[in-house]
Design a protein around this ligand. Structure first.
Ligand SMILES: [Zn+2]
Length: 95
């Protein structure tokens, strides 16, 4: 296992956390600023995914820091990219 990789249980828990906080505070998408329907589930393009405020490529040490997470539509997150084409950055939960 590579500690810097985004995926698996930790990524699923991160998504849960972002969704819980986002739902409670009614937070909009970090990228397009439009509302997120937190009831939608991956792989719906309008579902919530975890966006890294500071990219994992530039700040790998912040990958697992909750304050570096923000909710974003899956499609926005995908379009914005993260400096990489890592499929695990799309909020995918490989359970
Ligand atoms: Zn969006």
């Amino acid at each position: 296992m590579t500690s810097g990789a985004w995926g698996g249980r930790r990524a699923a828990e991160a998504l849960d956390r972002v969704k819980t906080v986002g739902r409670a505070k009614n937070l909009p998408c970090f990228i397009c600023k439009l509302p997120i329907d937190y009831d939608l589930e991956w792989p719906d393009l309008m579902s919530c995914s975890v966006q890294h405020i500071r990219s994992r490529k530039a700040y790998p040490e912040l990958t697992w820091v909750p304050s570096n997470w923000a909710g974003a539509h899956l499609t926005c997150n995908s379009a914005a990219g993260d400096g990489s084409s890592d499929p695990y950055d799309l909020g995918a939960t490989s359970l």
